[in-house]
Design a protein around this ligand. Structure first.
Ligand SMILES: [Fe+2]
Length: 292
């Protein structure tokens, strides 16, 4: 097993292991590397949906799938992300998922801690995922800003209709109605703006342009400029705390949603097909705690 750190010393590539039936030693080493590096790119895997579920279960309980119609026919906890269409024109999987910076399911009271994507098929161009390191972004904040956000909460919601920082894709039929219904039916969830990682004890900024609408304790006149300032670190064009992953077939990428954000960069289209199999592990309710 070889572990090589990636760009900006954020994330790591792992080669030389087979996750279809890993030993306890491999499982432990992968999890330690995951805690150390936050994003892992594990090369050359060929897991069936059942094997991917078995590998994911090592780390905890799998999350229920919100998009059940896009679950894999061989296992309902495996979500298909794909732009592929059936002969009748219906979508095989979730198209255009995650185009704005976010942490998966932060709009749930108990968000996911781990997301695992196995890359099945890749387009000739595009389809990369970008990640950013929210430990390092928190560390880089000026002291007065750290003090200002200490103990505060972000209000998270899934509906794009409520969030002026994002746009609804015009190419997705029915998307506007979908997000307007979500705006009415789903509730807001509070998350600490600064999250202490349950396992490493390190502090990370825990807010995203996609899901964080406002700061709960402040009115918008005060809170929105603070969020804008925080998000400049995420969207910084120089990408100092970031890693951009270009997939090879057989890459299994797993990341820690407690201390990273990610976004899909798009840039591909039919007849080029992109297909990923996604599984997610439920985390814990997050609270603000001072650093250990
Ligand atoms: Fe995501």
């Amino acid at each position: 097993m070889r572990i090589t750190p990636l760009a900006n010393n954020f994330g790591a590539e792992i080669e030389g292991i087979d996750l279809s039936d890993p030993s306890q030693e491999i499982k432990d080493a992968v999890y330690q590397a995951f805690l150390d590096h936050q994003v892992l790119v594990i090369r050359d895997q060929k897991l069936t949906p059942l094997q991917q579920v078995a590998f994911t279960e090592i780390f905890g309980e799998l999350e229920w799938q919100e998009n059940a119609i896009y679950a894999h026919p061989e296992h309902d906890k495996v979500l298909i992300l794909s732009n592929e269409l059936r002969p009748d024109g219906s979508a095989v999987g979730v198209v255009d998922a995650g185009d704005f910076w976010h942490s998966d399911s932060s709009h749930h009271e108990i968000p996911v801690k781990i997301t695992i994507l196995q890359s099945i098929r890749n387009p000739k161009t595009g389809g990369d995922t970008e990640f950013c390191d929210m430990y390092r972004i928190y560390d880089a904040l000026p002291d007065d800003l750290k003090l200002k956000i200490s103990g505060l909460h972000g209000v998270h919601h899934v509906s794009k209709a409520l969030n002026p920082r994002v746009t609804i894709s015009p190419s997705r039929p029915g998307a506007k109605d979908f997000y307007e219904t979500q705006a009415k039916n789903r509730k807001e969830v509070l998350q600490p703006l600064v999250r202490t990682h349950e396992e490493t004890g390190r502090q990370a900024l825990y807010a995203s342009p996609r899901f964080t609408l406002r700061i709960a304790e402040l009115d918008d006149a005060e809170g929105q400029p603070i969020l804008d300032q925080l998000f400049t670190y995420v969207t910084d064009r120089k990408r100092p705390f970031h890693y951009r992953h270009k997939y090879r077939d057989g890459d299994l990428v797993m990341w820690d949603n407690r201390c990273t954000l990610h976004r899909a960069t798009g840039g591909y289209g039919l007849p080029d097909i992109r297909r990923m199999h996604r599984t997610t592990v439920i985390g814990e309710r997050s609270f603000f705690r001072p650093a250990a």
